[in-house]
Design a protein around this ligand. Structure first.
Ligand code: ATR
Length: 272
């Protein structure tokens, strides 16, 4: 990669950010298309000043990660309507010192799910009530899917279900639900608790498609058991991939080199 006087800078802001896979994925994509762009990590504490810095320095675009996805919103010049509904922004597009906020997490989740299920006609059970479940729930509704929510903590689940205007069930009461797909949007099963799973294997038998947002390990116990009982499955790496693909397309106006981004992401995860 050649960095010169006209190289445009992109990056990720978060805290911490040093372990992010996004620099490898986006730099591979920029290089593959011969774009004079580079993507770096910004560890940010002061969100307002960071955004002013991006404006002042002519940064082209920034991914936003934990803990800043909500905190950036008051400092934007404009926000995409779906990001506004979700209440979280993971992508900044900066043109002429004007910062627009988007959310591509829901786009990533929808595209990953569409590998295994036809969303517009489907009812999808989303497990969880945190930021991930919120983005995925609103995103599924954008696609015309019917969302059903389940969560361990009832009050938190009911609060999100009210915002989504959808049905809610406590996690222990989902046994008899008839659904087309299940999405685990909790952290259950993530390294190091790899033997944890959010639902019993017996429940998975009648579900055609199962997605896990957890990508470490790539095959969680949930996905292993889902495969064993014959469900189609997709792992969390694809959500990560497709949210990055959507960012690339926002920043460049081009179709992303998806295969190159996927290979880079998968090879980085295997090294971990
Ligand atoms: P994020 O913003 O990344 O989605 P979060 O806000 O911490 O993260 O939400 C984590 C989700 O995982 C919550 O829905 C949480 O359930 P509670 O609301 O009951 O806390 C869920 N979760 C985490 N650990 C869990 C466990 N051991 N069993 C069931 N649900 C769990």
């Amino acid at each position: 990669m050649k960095v010169n006087g006209t190289t445009k800078i992109y990056g990720i802001m978060g805290k911490p950010v040093s372990h992010s896979l996004s620099p490898a994925m986006h730099n591979a994509a920029f290089q593959a298309q011969g774009l004079n762009k580079v993507y770096v990590a910004f560890e940010v504490t002061d969100v307002a000043r960071a955004l002013d810095g991006f404006r002042a320095l002519g940064i082209g675009g920034v991914s936003v990660t934990i803990p800043h996805k909500q905190a950036v919103i008051p400092y934007l010049d404009a926000i995409d309507p779906v990001a506004q509904k979700i209440g979280a922004v993971n992508t900044l597009l900066i043109e002429d010192r004007h910062i627009r906020g988007f959310n591509t997490d829901w786009i990533g989740a929808n595209q990953a799910l569409e590998m295994i299920v036809n969303l517009p006609a489907s009812s999808v059970l989303v497990l969880g009530a945190g930021g991930a479940a919120r983005a995925i729930g609103f995103g599924l509704q954008e696609k015309g899917a019917t969302v059903i929510l389940a969560n361990r903590t009832v009050a938190k689940g009911q609060a999100l279900a009210r915002d989504l205007n959808c049905e809610f069930y406590p996690l222990e009461d989902i046994k008899n639900l008839k659904i087309d797909a299940l999405v685990n949007a909790t952290s259950v099963g993530m390294t190091p608790n790899v033997e944890a799973t959010p639902v019993a294997k017996a429940f998975l038998k009648n579900i055609p498609a199962v997605m896990d947002i957890v990508y470490s390990p790539q095959e969680t116990r949930l996905l292993r058991e889902a495969k064993q009982v014959g469900c189609k499955t997709v792992n969390g790496t694809y959500m990560l991939l497709f949210q990055g693909v959507a960012q690339f397309e926002l920043w460049t106006g081009r179709k992303a080199p998806v295969d190159i981004m996927r290979e880079k992401l998968f090879s980085k995860l295997e090294l971990k």
